[in-house]
Design a protein around this ligand. Structure first.
Ligand code: SF4
Ligand code: ZN
Ligand code: ZN
Length: 310
């Protein structure tokens, strides 16, 4: 580690893809500028952003950065924590989320799956034969959108990082899932309130996992350190290791990789968004079907639980 490129004080981090060393103060500035660049693509004055806070490093860093940038953009912040009902992991996640929102004085909306649906993710994974994270992801997406619409929020902000995105793309390519690539998460998705679809912002799209963690550390923020016990996607971890190797060869590779993919899919007309309808059950958007994927799954879980009772 050399000295900070900007102030020559002792550096705390070396950012390989930019070839700079930074002290904590200038790292904070560097990180927030990255978030700023995504947000400035939108006119956020008087808009409401619902931040999905899990208590993990990504979402804690996200909320804190959005809190700090609020004065520049003049948006309103609300926070959603989804209680997934996954044992101690969920208890600790709620604790961290409650403490942080209290400290920042931002209202916290807690959506407790067990209370709202009668089942938790822990219950759902025993019934639905799909990977836990895909069930959980589906439920979270539906809940985030519903809570955003009900609370008059224009956007949902979530804490993805470039390592997540790259692992997702690499895995989709190597397992031949072109449809996943076409539906790649983007930094910004505009709202379509006519069909009750809140917008999406992923302000940390170009931030690495390590930068998110470091941002929480330099700001003295508490995060959940236990891992979700349902996270069994060992394959994703291996794909992540491949990225570490690529990183050594070409530190800008991660950014170039995802930007190449985005450029290609932007040229395709997938026609996906044109076929949007409202789900006959929940009234939220669905693509091409009458009943959304979430409601179909919910019906299966409910009927299974009812059968078990009788
Ligand atoms: Fe849900 Fe998977 Fe995350 Fe656990 S690891 S909270 S199951 S998405
Ligand atoms: Zn400095
Ligand atoms: Zn539905």
């Amino acid at each position: 580690l050399r000295n900070c490129r900007i102030c020559k004080k002792e550096a705390i981090v070396y950012i390989n893809y930019a070839n700079i060393s930074l002290c904590s103060e200038h790292f904070i500035e560097f990180y927030e500028r990255k978030i700023f660049k995504i947000l400035k693509q939108l006119d956020l004055r008087n808009k409401c952003i619902l931040v999905a806070l899990s208590g993990g490093k990504d979402s804690v860093a996200l909320l804190f950065a959005l809190y700090k940038l609020q004065a520049i953009f003049n948006y309103k912040l609300k926070v959603l924590h989804i209680d997934l009902g996954i044992g101690d992991y969920s208890k600790r996640s709620l604790e961290v989320s409650a403490k942080l929102t209290e400290k920042l004085n931002i209202p916290l909306i807690v959506f407790d799956l067990k209370k709202e649906f009668g089942w938790s993710i822990h219950d759902a994974v025993k019934i639905i034969r799909k990977p836990a994270c895909s069930i959980c992801g589906l439920v979270k997406r539906w809940v985030m959108n519903k809570v955003a619409i009900e609370n008059e929020c224009d956007y949902v902000a979530t804490g993805h990082n470039i390592d997540d995105v790259n692992t997702f793309v690499l895995k989709a390519m190597l397992t031949y899932r072109p449809e996943d690539i076409i539906r790649l998460p983007r930094p910004i998705l505009k709202p379509n309130l006519e069909v009750k679809l809140a917008g999406r912002i992923r302000p940390q799209f170009y931030a690495t996992e390590r930068e998110n963690l470091l941002y929480t550390l330099v700001n003295g923020l508490d995060t959940v350190s236990i891992e979700c016990p349902l996270a069994r996607d060992a394959k994703s971890k291996k794909y992540r290791q491949i990225w570490e190797e690529i990183d050594k060869v070409n530190p800008v590779g991660k950014i170039n990789f995802v930007n190449t993919i985005i450029k290609i899919i932007d040229k395709l007309d997938t026609g996906e968004m044109s076929d949007i309808k409202l789900c006959k059950i929940c009234g939220y958007p669905t693509y091409s079907r009458d009943i959304c994927t979430f409601c179909s799954m919910r019906m299966r879980i409910d009927s299974k639980l009812k059968n078990e009772e009788s």
